[in-house]
Structures are given as structure tokens and as C-alpha cells.
Design a protein around this ligand. Structure first.
Ligand code: PLP
Length: 475
């Protein structure tokens, strides 16, 4: 392909993208294929000779699209959103054109300096005070791992990195059962071990960690010769949106000298609206906080904003400077690869810059406020319905419910069958969780192009499919 071909195919890709996004609402939201169906249609061997782009594009429509679940569909209400937007898409395109590897300041000074600037914008946008430094990580999982490694090394006086963990007092991490499994994974990778992730019970309407139980667990561990190191608080847990009382948790962590990491992967974006910030009260006392603009801030995956109070503690833990990575003549510059587990880094700041400038803070706030308002309205409908039960929420734009018509037997099994029917129907896509031992259906609102009408259409589909299922099963 020469430049003229690139121009032609890039235009074609732009047209394809605009057409796809304009029509995505007419497709079934979740892919309607069986496991292996796409794989079987793909040739077992790569082509020996190059193929025309026309043929590749034709196969994109014929083979790949039917196997896609449409995350930008306006009635995608499953998991958490990954809500992209046109300005972010354009930025991703030009980022791909430059294809820069932004591991060091000198490998692209603009990438590093823009990252410093836009993370500082984000910090201010969510109401975190100056004094936190930001970095864009590949994922919240990566940020949490970086935070727990830092916490481990702080507790061990950097002896873990130097000598390993063998023969040391067990390093302890505290979190409720509502935190994302990325915390469990980080604890494993950091060599802390499942047995040293201490689960603190939750209480109250936000299903938040009980600070007194946290205090008691730390005191008991110290008395037993263990090494309390970190607390992970959740702000918007994945299952039902649980929020820990961060201020009370932070007081306990401070009193005992523990590192506090806040996982706000989903809910953090909503903190750009001051009226929701009660949920993060106390976060200014954290050592580390992560949230994902790639979830709910209209920015393409991957883009996790990670804020740390003491970047030196992070770079002392993760930073290595072999001679081949030194920036000669500018030793004091920021090399963001020292802030994360991977060395190589994409230029992720550009899409954030496009998004924030294109919508403005007010435009972004407006979209998130609408999602939260529609979730409130939907929750009222669910609660008012005689055959449905609102189980949790709404917490911001996430609620859970279940179908509980009078006289039904095993409600877990009934709701599982209902969910399968809903997702086979294709008008919307919802996913499940377990809450208090019960199977419940989650409904989160966060798509860029979703309207109130889409929410009502999805709910109508749920009501209709549930009624039909019940009639069918009754006889
Ligand atoms: N934390 C929470 C609360 C999440 O909901 C998720 C993903 O849904 C994660 C962490 C992991 O995010 P990532 O995919 O960026 O690692």
C-alpha cells in the first residue's frame, strides 16, 4: 500500500465507521453466534500472497461483524460500559498513524507532557486536590497491581524487591468482598497470596466496608506478627456498585500507617459531577486512586487514569533504568514507563485531549447526569412493578433486579432463563451477578448514544419477554 492507497482505504474506513455507528442500533446487541462458529469459517493457514483490500473489507462484513457484540449499541446495558465517542475515534486514528512508542520522555516528549497535562485536568475534574500526580495506565488492573506492589514495598522498606518475600512476616491487604477480582489478581501477582487478602464485612445501603471491623482486623494481625500493608477501598464495585465509606476507611488506614488505594474504575467518571462527590468523600487522603475514562468518560479502551500522592514511591518500586533506556542530557525528565508494569506505552493521552476539548467539561457532565437520572427513573418502574423486585440501587447508574412473579418456584433458575431469553432476543443486552446469594440481573446505563427511549425500550423488552416466559412455563 502506498500513500494514495492509504488515503483511499482510510476514507473507506471512515465511511465504514460512520455507517457502522449510524446503524449499530438496528443490530442485535449481543453476538448471536455459537462458540466456534467464526473460527470454523476462517482459513486454517495464512494467505501465501497478499490479498486485495476489497476482499479483506468484504470479509470484515461477512465473517467478523456477525460475531461482534456491539459495545457502542445504544441499548448495551451489560457489565460496565466501554463508551467510546467520535472525537476519541478520530484521535485513535491519528494516534495509530503516528504509531509512536511512548515509553520515555524522549521517545515522544509531547506524549509525556500531554499525559501530565490531561491527567492534571482529570484530577481537577473529579475534585481530587493538587498534590496528586497522574499517569495513564493500560487498565485498572494494572494500576491496582502497581499500587499494591508499592504498598508491599513501603511496608517492607523495599526489602521485597531486593531479597524476595521468603521468610518475612505475611504482608496483609484489606478489602471488602465487593472489590473487583483485579484486586485478588494483584494480590497473587504481588506474591502476597490469597490467604493474606483479608475480607472486611460490609454494611449499610451502599454495601460499604465496616471501618470498625477493618480496625479490629488490623489490630489482630499486628498482634499475631503479620504485616498490615494496604487497604483497597471500592468506589462503585462491579457487582452492584458498592461504595466504601472512604473517609472513615482512610482514617483507619492513616492511623495504622497503611497505604490506601481506591478503585473507582467505573464510578470515578461520575465524580466530574460535583453532586455525586459525596461518594468519594475522604479520597483526598488516599495514596492512590484509579478510574477508567475507557469505561464511562467517552474515551476508547485502553485508558485508566491513575493518581498517586507520592510518585517517588511508585517509581522506586517499578522504575528500572538500564543504560539503553537512559535519556542522556535530560536525567530529570518524567519517563512514564517507570510508573507502570509494562515498558512499552501507547500514546493514550491524545484521545483524552480530543474528548475533553471536544465536549468540554459541561458536555461530559451533562451526558453522565442523564445516565444517572434515567437509572433513577428505571428503578422506580422496577420497584413499582408487581412481578419484579428492585434488589439494589440505583447507585449512580447501576441497579439490579429480579423477576419474582407470585407463585414462581426457583427464582434463581427462572431469572437465569429470563436473562438468556433477553439476550437471545437482541433488543438489549444485560448481565447477571449474585447478591446475598441470589441470582440478580444488572442494568447499567452509560452508553454515549443511549436515549431515555432506549432505556424504556429495553425495559419494555424485559417485561414482555418475562411475561411470555411465564405464560409458556405455566402451560
Ligand atoms: N475495578 C472495577 C470496579 C471494575 O469494574 C473493573 C472492570 O470492570 C476493573 C477494576 C478492571 O478494569 P480493567 O479492565 O481496566 O482492568
Amino acid at each position: 500500500m502506498d500513500e494514495d492507497d492509504l488515503r483511499r482505504w482510510a476514507h473507506r474506513a471512515a465511511d465504514w465507521s460512520a455507517d457502522y455507528l449510524a446503524g449499530v442500533g438496528d443490530r442485535p446487541v449481543r453476538a448471536q453466534v455459537a462458540p466456534g462458529e467464526i473460527f470454523r469459517q476462517l482459513p486454517a493457514a495464512p494467505p501465501e500472497a497478499g490479498e486485495p483490500m476489497e476482499a479483506i473489507f468484504a470479509d470484515l462484513d461477512r465473517l467478523i461483524l456477525p460475531g461482534m457484540t456491539h459495545w457502542q449499541h445504544p441499548r448495551f446495558f451489560a457489565y460496565f460500559p466501554a463508551n467510546a465517542s467520535p472525537p476519541s475515534l478520530v484521535a485513535e486514528f491519528v494516534t495509530a498513524a503516528m504509531a509512536a512508542q511512548c515509553m520515555l520522555w524522549q521517545t515522544s516528549p509531547a506524549a509525556t507532557e500531554l499525559e501530565s497535562r490531561v491527567t492534571d485536568w482529570l484530577r481537577a475534574m473529579i475534585g481530587l486536590p493538587a498534590g496528586f500526580s497522574g499517569v495513564i495506565q493500560d487498565s485498572a488492573s494494572g494500576a491496582t497491581l502497581a499500587a499494591l506492589l508499592t504498598a508491599r514495598e513501603r511496608a517492607l522498606g523495599h526489602a521485597g524487591n531486593r531479597d524476595g518475600l521468603a521468610g518475612r512476616a505475611p504482608v496483609r491487604v484489606y478489602a471488602s468482598a465487593q472489590v473487583h477480582s483485579s484486586v485478588d489478581k494483584a494480590v497473587r501477582i504481588a506474591g502476597i497470596g490469597d490467604a493474606n487478602l483479608v475480607r472486611i464485612p460490609v454494611a449499610g445501603p451502599l454495601h460499604g466496608m465496616d471501618p470498625e471491623a477493618l480496625e479490629a482486623a488490623i489490630v489482630a494481625d499486628r498482634a499475631a506478627g503479620r504485616l498490615p500493608a494496604a487497604v483497597v477501598a471500592c468506589l462503585g464495585g462491579t457487582s452492584i456498585g458498592a461504595c466504601d465509606p472512604i473517609d472513615a476507611v482512610a482514617r483507619v488506614a492513616r492511623r495504622h500507617g497503611l497505604f490506601l488505594h481506591v478503585d473507582a474504575a467505573w464510578a470515578g467518571s461520575a465524580m466530574i459531577c460535583p453532586e455525586f462527590r459525596d461518594l468519594m468523600r475522604g479520597a483526598e487522603a488516599a495514596d492512590s486512586l484509579v478510574f477508567n475514562p475507557h469505561k464511562w468518560l467517552f474515551t476508547h479502551f485502553d485508558c485508566s487514569a491513575h493518581f498517586v500522592r507520592d510518585p517517588g514511591a511508585l517509581t522506586d518500586t517499578l522504575g528500572l533504568r538500564p543504560p539503553f533506556l537512559r535519556t542522556l542530557g535530560h536525567e530529570g525528565v518524567t519517563d512514564y514507563s517507570e510508573w507502570s508494569v509494562p515498558l512499552g506505552r501507547r500514546f493514550r493521552a491524545l484521545k483524552l485531549w480530543f474528548v475533553i476539548r471536544s465536549y468540554g467539561v459541561a458536555g461530559l457532565q451533562e451526558m453522565i447526569r442523564r445516565h444517572v437520572a434515567w437509572a433513577g427513573e428505571l428503578a422506580e418502574r422496577v420497584a413499582a412493578h408487581p412481578d419484579f423486585e428492585l434488589v439494589t440501587g440505583p447507585i449512580l447508574s447501576l441497579l439490579t433486579f429480579r423477576y419474582a412473579p407470585g407463585g414462581a418456584g426457583d427464582l434463581d433458575a427462572l431469572n437465569e432463563r429470563l436473562l438468556a431469553r433477553i439476550n437471545d432476543d437482541g433488543r438489549t443486552y444485560l448481565t447477571q451477578t449474585r447478591h446475598d446469594g441470589r441470582f440478580v440481573i444488572r442494568f447499567q446505563i452509560g452508553q454515549t448514544t443511549t436515549t431515555r427511549e432506549d432505556v424504556l425500550t429495553a425495559w419494555q423488552a424485559v417485561e414482555e419477554i418475562a411475561g411470555a416466559l411465564r405464560r409458556e412455563e405455566a402451560g
